[in-house]
Design a protein. Sequence first.
Length: 167
Amino acid sequence: MEITLVLGDITEERVDAVVNAANSSLLGGGGVDGAIHRRGGPEILDECRKLRASHYGGGLPTGQAVATTAGALPARWVIHTVGPVYSATEDRGDRLASCYRESLRVADELGAASIAFPAVSAGVYGWPMDDAARIAVGTVRRAPTQVTDVRFVLFNRDAYAAFARAL
Ligand code: ADP
C-alpha cells in the first residue's frame, strides 16, 4: 500500500472511492459532506435517502461505512462514514479508527484499488488534528485491505502538517 498526502479539495480526486465525513442522517451537512453533495449532484442524495429507508431508519451508526454512487465526481463511489464527535472526557478513538477500517472494508467489497480520505471528525466534530491524524495513519497502515493507493486529502496546511508528522 502506498500512502500519499494531498493538500486540496477531495471532490477533485481521481480515485475509485472518495470517503465522506457524513453525519448519521446521511442527508447532507456542512464541511466535506456539503462539498461532496454540491459537486457530486443530486444522485448521491437520492441513493442516501434510499439507504435510509431500506437499511438505516435510525441513521448510519458512528464508525460504520456505506457506499453510494459518486454522481458527477471524478470518483466512482462515495463511501459515507460517520465519525465520532470529539470528547475530552471519553476516549472515542476506537470509533474513529473504525471509520477508516470500515471504509477500507467497503472499498474491498467494491473492488476499489484507490481511496481518498478526509480528516474524519477533525472539522465540526472537533477532534484535535494531530490526534485525528495519528489514528487515521495508524489504522490505515494496519488494516487488512486490497486497496493499494490511499490518499489523505487535507484542506489546509495545518492539517497537512499534522498528517505529515503522523506519517
Ligand atoms: P466532521 O463533521 O467529521 O468533523 P468536517 O467536514 O466538518 O467533518 O471536517 C472534516 C475535515 O474535512 C476538516 O479538516 C475540514 O477542514 C475538511 N474539509 C472540508 N471540506 C473539504 C474538502 N472539500 N476536501 C477535503 N477536506 C475538506
